[in-house]
Structures are given as structure tokens and as C-alpha cells.
Design a binder for this molecule. Structure first.
Ligand code: ATP
Length: 308
């Protein structure tokens, strides 16, 4: 009996330890799964775009359990319109773009593009329909030409140059000794934050997607270059009737939007056109006055990086 019970005890403790470590692995796996749960439905159909209307219906989402960033959020981005999302830092503006791109899935509610739940369509077709200029665009360790061309490998070199012109960066590129063949990225030439942003926008213009998202896409540019670039982007959007979403801190860059959505604590605090929101004398009008005051004093708000 004695001889038998020892190994049994021993096995029991091994079993408990093994079980514990399996549980730990499960917890670890579940934690990691937060970022890898995006799965395509077996019968997913390609996204069918009609006009590019985007709807958030009762969307609740948080990166961690019990810490929702978006709380029962409802909003509509009308087809073919230019919409801005503004609000205090950390209120969930970029999260909205990440959810639309399906980097994460909502925990409650749903996101519709032209009436289709984005979880029902093929991920490839969804991401092909979207062009994003994120806050910080990674560049490939390759030349400038490739970095723009990547937006649409079928495009001609003339089209690559035309995109760079509209993004206000062609003249800078041609002033480099190696021009479009200048190597950039980790092992390439250091280029400024503003140049990087314009390369990302050139890439987007070349891709020419039906839905365009800009996340602080011009924050590193000086006011003059930014205004010229935004005017070019606006004319492209109008010309093609594209739906676009701009996440912005500086209200001067988005006041001309068809619709401005002001987020606060994961919900829509107010929305409307600039004029309507100014009349309302709420959060937006307060923010606008504060920023205008700074601008007139020559102390423009928050440029994260200086452009060369
Ligand atoms: P900003 O204007 O500063 O860019 P934002 O309104 O775009 O802010 P989000 O980037 O959407 O804010 O982030 C919303 C909240 O979620 C923030 O509190 C942020 O710290 C948190 N958050 C963002 N990404 C993650 C992540 N991957 N894991 C955990 N928390 C995150």
C-alpha cells in the first residue's frame, strides 16, 4: 500500500502542476486572442459597395474586459461625405478607424458598410475598400518610388509622380540627389515626419480606395503646406464622391467637413456642421474658440513634430 501511495501522491502533484500550467497557457492564449480573434466567416461574401455609407449601431468596445472605450455608440457617416471625428485625447477616435478596418471586432452592436455587417464580408474585400493614413506610417526599406507605388502596383510611373504632386511632395523628392530612387525606411535616408505623411498620402491617392480614413494625417505639416495638401485631398474626394473620415485635433483642418462628430467618453457628445455646432455653444464651440485664440496668438496647437 505504502509503495503504491507514494507514486500516486507524486502523480497527483504532477497532475496538479500540469493542470495549473495548462490553465496558465489558456489564460495567456486568451489574452493574446484579444488581438487575433478576427476570423472570416466560412461563407463570407465580398463587400458590395453602393455609396459607402458607414453605420455604428450600439457599438460597445474596449481593449480590456470591463474597460469600454466606446459605449453603446451610434453614428452614421453618410455616403460620399467628408466626416470629421474630434474630441479629447483618448476618447476613442482612432479606435473607430481600427474597428472599421477590423483590426478588432466590436463586443456589442455592429458596424455596417452599405448595410452589410463588416463581420459577414471577406476581410480582404473590406481592407481593399479602405485606405488609411495612420498616425505613423511605416515605410518599407526600399526607395521612395516603391513606397508610393505599393498603393497600386499596376499604376504607371507617371501616375506615381502625379500622386506625389497632389500630395505636395514631388518637388521635395526630385530635389534629393537620387530623386524617386532615394532609399527610405529603417536602413534608408532619414526623412521628416511631414515628408513621411505626404508619402503615405501619395500612396493612398494612388490606391484610390472607395473609403478613405485619415488619422491625424497632416499633423506634422506646417500650416501652409497642410492647407495646400488638404485642398488637394478635398478636390479628389469631391471629384470622386468618396466617403472619408478625418480624425483631427486641430479643428481648422476639418471645419469645412459635411459633418463633424464630437466624441466624449466613448459616446457622441454632439454632431453637425461647423456653423451648427458653433451656434449650439457646446463642447465644439468651446474647443474652437480656445484653438482660434491660440492660433491668432501665433501659438498653433499641438504640432507633434516639426516639419523641416
Ligand atoms: P488621441 O487623440 O490621443 O490619438 P484617440 O481618441 O484616438 O486619442 P484611441 O487611440 O482610440 O484614442 O484610444 C482610446 C483609449 O484606448 C485610450 O485610453 C488608449 O490608451 C486605449 N488604447 C488604445 N489602443 C490600445 C491597445 N492596443 N490596448 C489597450 N488600450 C488601448
Amino acid at each position: 500500500v505504502f509503495q503504491l501511495s507514494v507514486p500516486l501522491n507524486f502523480l497527483g502533484s504532477v497532475y496538479r502542476e500540469l493542470r495549473q500550467s495548462l490553465l496558465d497557457m489558456e489564460t495567456l492564449f486568451n489574452l493574446q486572442k484579444v488581438n487575433v480573434t478576427i476570423k472570416e466567416k466560412p461563407n463570407a461574401q465580398p463587400l458590395r459597395l453602393t455609396g459607402g455609407e458607414i453605420k455604428f449601431e450600439n457599438v460597445t468596445f474596449g481593449y480590456r474586459p470591463h474597460r469600454p472605450i466606446l459605449k453603446n455608440l451610434n453614428l452614421t457617416i453618410p455616403a460620399g461625405k467628408k466626416v470629421a471625428v474630434v474630441g479629447p485625447s483618448g476618447c476613442g477616435k482612432s479606435t473607430i478607424l481600427r474597428l472599421l478596418f477590423r483590426s478588432y471586432d466590436v463586443q456589442e452592436g455592429r458596424i455596417l458598410i452599405d448595410g452589410q455587417d463588416i463581420r459577414d464580408v471577406s476581410i480582404d474585400s473590406l481592407r481593399k475598400a479602405i485606405g488609411v493614413v495612420p498616425q505613423d506610417t511605416p515605410l518599407f526599406n526600399n526607395d521612395i518610388e516603391h513606397n508610393i507605388h505599393y498603393g497600386n502596383m499596376q499604376a504607371t510611373l507617371e501616375e506615381v509622380h502625379a500622386a506625389a504632386k497632389r500630395a505636395q511632395v514631388h518637388d521635395i523628392i526630385t530635389s534629393f540627389p537620387d530623386g524617386y530612387k532615394t532609399k527610405v525606411g529603417e536602413r534608408g535616408m532619414m526623412i521628416s515626419g511631414g515628408e513621411k505623411q505626404r508619402l503615405a498620402i501619395s500612396r493612398l491617392i494612388l490606391k484610390d480606395p472607395p473609403l478613405l480614413f485619415f488619422d491625424e494625417a497632416t499633423s506634422a505639416l506646417d500650416t501652409h503646406t497642410e492647407a495646400a495638401l488638404l485642398s488637394n485631398i478635398n478636390s479628389i474626394l469631391k471629384e470622386k464622391g468618396r466617403t472619408s473620415v478625418f480624425v483631427a485635433h486641430r479643428l481648422r483642418t476639418i471645419y469645412d467637413s459635411d459633418l463633424i462628430i464630437v466624441l466624449r467618453e466613448g459616446q457622441v457628445a454632439e454632431s453637425g456642421t461647423h456653423d451648427k455646432l458653433i451656434d449650439r455653444q457646446g463642447v465644439y464651440s468651446e474647443l474652437w474658440s480656445a484653438q482660434e485664440m491660440k492660433f491668432l496668438e501665433g501659438d498653433d496647437v499641438a504640432t507633434d513634430e516639426e516639419d523641416d
